[in-house]
Design a protein around this ligand. Structure first.
Ligand code: ADP
Length: 468
């Protein structure tokens, strides 16, 4: 069921032209996709606008039931979704299957979400209630690292709260989003869910559009700032989930064998292309050599290859632009530190970077200070805990961070001082639909998931009744 058609107003339609979809493990095209024209983007917004009043008036129970059927459809098409995801994105099939499974799990959460009227006050003077009204057409703009999960996480919260939606994936990973469109076609009324693709040329039109009430964007901080500018003119509601440079802080009482594999998984999942990946690791002098050796040993054993091949643990980077950026970070690794394993891109087809562990590197190197979005982990030595917290916080980003120690009270004290939306203890990268997910500083605006995240898809509206 690989579909390359757009979903506009309930119809699956061809784009105005086609583009190749490249398999990053091979560097060659494996499918073509239709690209929307500006008038098709306009039509998608118009459809979302036209469908809004009836969908907003649909009882919550019916909207929930539709979202529940959508979760069923995702489950029923799990295999095709996973293999398409591996081919367009590059991640190993097991990781792709996990992304599909989480997509279903998140959708099941959204299927029981949404808001009933809330009683705020009821006394002899006033009865005050608050209701959550939907906003209108929502635009979801997504990146290429977890296109299915992130795409579904724009659609689910929008529609269960009574909004309509136009989803636009990143140009290099359009197919799983178009499949989300296909699956939506027979579940939601025409215009409630629309999915269009572009060649990186329609995000601006969508985020400037006067008929769009809210933008929910996941992507780089640089593009997020452009979206915020676009939204300013009409004061659109905005949720931004942007870049990160998560620090992992290992404490001096850690047992390296207990944590090394978890640290590597938190760093190299999806070949390091995750906003909340562990991107720089701070280790005290007494554990430094042991930790560096353990991580280098594990990284060396990682089986890198085509995600469709049995046993592959790490796939390629998603696109050539990302590979170019990784080359720069490999240069920084070789120049500013000591590469223990990896350190090169793989010659031949595909966009592969060898899993790379770098020691004897410090803050001030681009590999430490910037978001590498590649499997290249710098390990930095530190002396004092106070100083390392300051270094972890010295970043424009504030998405996540982790503390590693068997002493939970001590770790909690440190976690509370990390200036991020999430601080994990003895793990990294966990997120879940019932847990608020947000970025501090330039890592984002607003909250996703949980009741708080869902509320961002609504206008809170107070009804105040006088009893005098
Ligand atoms: P990357 O992670 O490759 O840097 P970006 O943050 O640039 O990704 O892109 C994330 C998403 O934002 C993509 O779907 C992209 O097409 C879209 N986009 C790019 N430029 C704009 C813009 N000016 N306004 C809105 N969306 C944009």
């Amino acid at each position: 069921m690989i579909n390359n058609k757009l979903l506009i107003n309930g119809n699956l339609v061809d784009g105005h032209r086609t583009a190749d979809v490249i398999n990053p493990a091979l560097g060659t095209s494996f499918a073509t996709v239709g690209l929307a024209s500006e008038s098709q983007a306009e039509a998608a917004v118009a459809a979302a606008k036209a469908a809004f009043p009836a969908w907003a008036a649909t009882p919550l129970a019916e909207r929930r039931a539709a979202v529940s059927r959508y979760a069923d459809a995702i489950r029923d098409n799990a295999e095709t979704l996973a293999s398409t995801l591996t081919q367009e994105q590059g991640k190993p099939l097991a990781e792709a299957a996990a992304e599909v499974m989480y997509t279903e799990i998140f959708m099941r959460y959204f299927a029981q979400a949404g808001f009933e009227p809330e009683l705020i006050q009821d006394d002899e003077n006033y009865r005050i209630e608050m209701i959550h009204k939907p906003l209108g057409p929502v635009v979801g703009i997504t990146p290429w690292n977890l296109p299915l999960l992130i795409g579904a996480n724009k659609i689910g919260p929008a529609v269960v709260t009574g909004n309509t939606v136009v989803l636009k994936p990143a140009p290099t990973t359009p197919l799983t989003s178009l499949m989300l469109g296909t699956l939506a076609q027979n579940i939601f009324p025409p215009g409630v869910v629309n999915v269009i693709t572009d060649a990186n040329d329609l995000g601006w039109l969508l985020s400037n559009h006067p008929d769009v009430a809210k933008i929910t964007f996941t992507g780089s901080t640089a593009t997020g700032k452009k979206v915020a500018h676009s939204a300013a003119d009409s004061l659109k509601r905005l949720t931004l989930e942007l870049g990160g440079n998560d620090a992992g802080i290992v404490l001096d009482d850690v047992n390296v064998d207990d944590v090394a594999a978890k640290i590597l998984a938190g760093s190299f999942m999806n070949a390091g292309q995750v906003c909340i990946a562990l991107k720089r690791l701070y280790v005290p002098a007494n554990k430094y050599d042991e930790m560096c050796d353990a991580l280098a040993g594990l990284a060396q054993q990682t089986k890198v290859g085509n995600g469709l091949d049995e046993g592959t643990q790490m796939g390629p980077l998603q696109n050539p632009m990302q590979l170019e950026k990784a080359k720069g970070y490999l240069e920084a690794a070789n120049r500013d530190g000591r590469v223990m394993t990896g350190g090169k891109i793989r010659e031949g087809k595909g966009y592969f970077v060898e899993p790379t562990i770098v020691r004897d590197i410090s803050d001030g190197s681009a590999l430490v200070d910037e978001e590498q979005f590649a499997p290249i982990l710098p390990i930095i030595k530190y002396d004092k805990v106070d100083e390392v917290i300051e270094r972890a916080n010295k970043s424009i980003y504030g998405l996540g961070g982790s503390v590693w120690s068997p002493d939970i009270d001590r770790a909690k004290n440190i976690a509370a001082r990390i200036e991020t939306g999430t601080a994990w203890i003895n793990h990294h990268l966990h997120f879940s639909p019932n847990v608020p997910f947000c970025g501090a500083k330039e890592s984002g605006v607003g909250v996703e998931f949980s009741r708080e995240g869902l509320a961002e898809f609504t206008q809170r509206s107070v009804i105040s009744i006088s009893k005098q």
